[in-house]
Structure formats: C-alpha cells, structure tokens
Write a protein that binds this ligand. Structure first.
Ligand code: FCB
Length: 449
C-alpha cells in the first residue's frame, strides 16, 4: 500500500511567522511582538512586524499555493488579531481576515487546516500570568469558541496547540523563545496542566459544536530515536527513549503531553521524578483532556540517538554527518520509526504536520533558486513515510514546513525553510526548485518517489 487517494499533500505556516501587519486593523499585541525585538532575545533582534507581509499579499500567496497544486494548507490564527486583549471584545476585522482566507482556499480547491495556537500568546493575558493562571484554559476556550463558531461551517481539519513542548521548553525552561523566561519546575508543571486542559476544552468544544464534522488533532514535537540496528533490543531501546520523560526536561518530552491526551494518564516516570508535585486533574478535567482525537499531528525534523554509544558525538551526529543550516541532523528514518512508535502507542492515523529543512538559499544568476538539498531531504523523508504506509500504518497527510521562507523565531530571518523564496527587502516571492519538484510529487500522489 502506498499513499491513499485522500492523502492530504500540503504545506504549513504560522501567523506570526508570515503575516506582519502587527498593528493594523485593530490587532492586539502578542508576547512575540513585545519581546522579540529586545536586545539579546533573538539573533539580530528581528521581529515579525512585517514578516513576509502575508496579511496584505494573501491573494498572491494563494495563487502560489494553487500553482504548486497544494491539496491542503495549514495556517494558524493569531489570537490577539482576533481578540486583541485575549478575552472580551472580538476584533471583527481580524476575524474576517481568517474567514476570507478560508473562503479563498476553498475556492482554490485547497483544504484549510486551522491551528488555533502557534505561540503568539496575547500580551494582555501574559500580564495576568499566562498559562500559570488557572483561568488560562477558560481564556483559551473563549477564544476557541470565537474561531470555531466563525469558521467551522467550512473548516474540517483542526489542530489545537502547536508543539506544547516548545511553548514551555523554549519559552520557559530554555528561555530562548517568547516570553524569554526561566520558570521553576513546579510552575512548569502547573502551566503544563493548564495547556493540556486548554487543549481538552478546545477539542471538546470543536467536537460538540463544529458545524461541519471535524477532524481534530494536536501537533506536538518531541525527541525521536532511531534504533541503532534491526535487533529487537535496539528497537525497544529506541522506543523507550522516544517515550522517556527526561527528568527536569519533561516538558520537552513526547509522553508528558501525549500520554494524558491519548492514554488518560501521566507517564509513570513523571511520578517517579516529581511525586505529588505533579498537579492532578479532577475526573471532569480528565474527561476533557482525553477528548478523542482523529489524528496525531507529527511535527518531525530530525532524530536523536542514532548512535547512542557514540561517546564523542551527542545525539545522532558523527564525523561529517549531514545537517541543515540550523545544525539539525538529516535523519530520514526517523519518520518511519516515529510513525510506527506513535501509532503503536496511541493508535491514531499519523499526519506529518511539519517537516522540512533550513538552508541559506539565494536567487541564482538565472533568477531561480536551486535547492537540490531540500529536494533530496524531502524525498528521503517521504520515502520513509511511504515505508510506514507500506507497513500498514494509517497516514493522513504530509504538510511541508514551510510553504514560504519566514520569520524563524529566535533565529529571525537567518533560516530559510520555504519551498518559496522570499526577498525580505522587496517581499518578492520566487518558487524554489523544491516547490516545482513537490508539485510533481503531489500530482503523482507520491508514486514518483
Ligand atoms: C517548529 C515550529 C515552526 C518552525 C519549525 C522550523 O518547531 O512549529 O513554527 O519554527 O519548527
């Protein structure tokens, strides 16, 4: 078996990374607006104030998606564009932007996939303690209702929270993403609880109120391991490491987030490490957290532990090993193994909701962008996804990260992930070779891989 007929071939973006127009049409501020430009927070103190100006160029951008033959497009809604203060008054102009976007995508024959939260937390609610505040899941529910009530007559696919690992791990443990804080473990445990509950309340609301029958998922990331050989022991070791909770770094792990949602419990390891410091859910809350989902959104870029015994080289690096411009290892097999491990543990069809690579592309003398390495990277990763399909793992789609070059968070504009090149001075777009290559893959439903 290969990719199914209804497999969703698409690409993904996130609001703050592409929209710009940060202070237009009544938009409120997010933590990224406020903190990204502060000296030392991001690589060159760059912000998403303009980003790739998608807010104003949305029609041209959809024309590009059409040219590439995308079947699906995953975008996120900026919470403060729709509710400037996070709760309370709705900004109709902001909401209309997304409603129009959905209409335009559908008119272009592209399935919209809506992510409710991709890191641009409203600044006004950040001032009230953000996820540490026990009201935060109610704030999130209020926001979800606005979006679902407005879009669910046309939107089928939903993703609740993008990479909660990064929300806490990068934002509050490492402190290298907004709000650039370093929180105590007990606070991270409380924030984690509130994020899980926010996810649950949102999923539950969508399930019971969406006008079109919804397909709901969430989109975590996490450390993924490739077995060092084909032996049973090595496979077991990779599985154990993939689902380990990693001590104080638990918020970066997969199981800390996915076990509660899909299995209705925190991993045992978490109790071993933190005992009764783990904040418990009530029975009613568990019922929300475990709202059944339709797909597992796998954001996947690289693996760890390809050579765990390789003393001198941490993770899966070895002398001269391939890596992208960010230093992330190129490790295609991770797609096969993670699909397998995640499906076996959680039993949901897998949708790759993000995968791609950063390079420092440029426009060549002939006016084109020759990103052969991105083609090769994507080709290799997709072959491993195909292998998963051939193994009988149900797959729902593949969304390349990213459609456009864009604002790469702490890295500012230094990392280009797009299949479409963006000149940040003129904002001109150029489809890269990989974009045309991907168009052929989509056209053949992956048969040409
Ligand atoms: C993921 C994020 C996405 C982008 C890619 C490169 O962790 O979800 O916004 O930054 O990494």
């Amino acid at each position: 078996m290969s990719f199914s007929k209804d497999f969703l071939w698409g690409a993904a973006t996130a609001a703050y990374q592409i929209e710009g127009a940060y202070n237009e049409d009544g938009r409120g501020l997010s933590i990224w607006d406020v903190y990204s430009g502060f000296k030392g927070n991001t690589r060159y103190n760059e912000t998403g104030n303009v980003a790739i100006d998608h807010y104003h160029r949305v029609d041209d951008d959809i024309a590009i998606m059409k040219e590439l033959g995308l079947k699906a497009y995953r975008f996120s809604v900026s919470w403060p564009r729709v509710i400037p203060e996070g709760t309370g008054k709705v900004n109709e102009k902001g909401l209309k932007f997304y409603s129009d976007l959905v209409d335009k995508l559908i008119a272009a024959g592209i399935e919209p996939i809506v992510t409710l939260y991709h890191w641009d937390f409203p600044y006004a609610l950040h001032r009230k303690g953000a996820w540490k505040n026990d009201d935060s899941s109610e704030w999130f529910l209020e926001y979800t209702k606005v979006i679902v009530d407005a879009l669910s007559d046309r939107v089928t696919y939903w993703a609740t929270i993008n990479e909660p690992q990064c929300v806490l791990g990068c934002g509050y443990l490492g402190g290298f993403h907004a709000p650039f804080e370093k929180a105590q473990t007990d606070d991270i445990l409380i924030m984690g609880k509130n994020i899980l509950l926010s996810h649950g309340k949102a999923a539950n609301y969508i399930r019971n109120n969406a006008k079109k029958k919804p397909m709901i998922g969430f989109t975590p990331i996490g450390p993924s391991f490739i077995p060092k050989d084909d032996s049973k022991e090595a496979i077991e070791e990779a599985r154990t490491r993939t689902f380990g909770t990693a001590g104080e770094r638990f918020c970066f792990s997969l199981s800390y987030w996915s076990d509660p949602i899909f299995l209705g419990k925190y991993p045992d390891e978490l109790y071993k490490d933190f005992g009764d410091r783990v904040p418990e859910f009530t029975k009613e809350e568990w019922a929300l957290v475990t709202e059944p989902l339709d797909y597992y959104g796998m954001n996947i870029y690289y693996s760890q532990g390809l050579h765990p015994e390789d003393g001198g080289y941490p993770e899966n690096r070895y002398q001269g090993s391939p890596e992208n411009h960010l230093g992330w290892p190129v490790a295609p097999e991770v797609v096969y193994w993670s699909s397998k491990f995640l499906y076996e543990r959680y039993g949901k069809p897998i949708m790759i909701t993000e995968n791609g690579m950063a390079e420092h592309d440029w426009v060549c003398l002939d006016g084109k962008v020759h990103d052969s390495y991105r083609i090769d990277y994507t080709h290799r990763y997709l072959l491993q996804f195909k292998r998963a399909a051939e193994d009988g793992i149900p797959l729902a789609g593949y969304l390349h990260w990213s459609l456009f070059d864009n604002y790469e968070w702490a890295e500012g504009y230094t990392q280009r992930f797009g299949m479409v090149y963006v000149d940040y001075t003129t904002l001109e777009r150029t489809i890269k070779d990989s974009g045309y290559w991907y168009r052929d893959v989509i056209e053949s439903n992956g048969e040409n891989l």
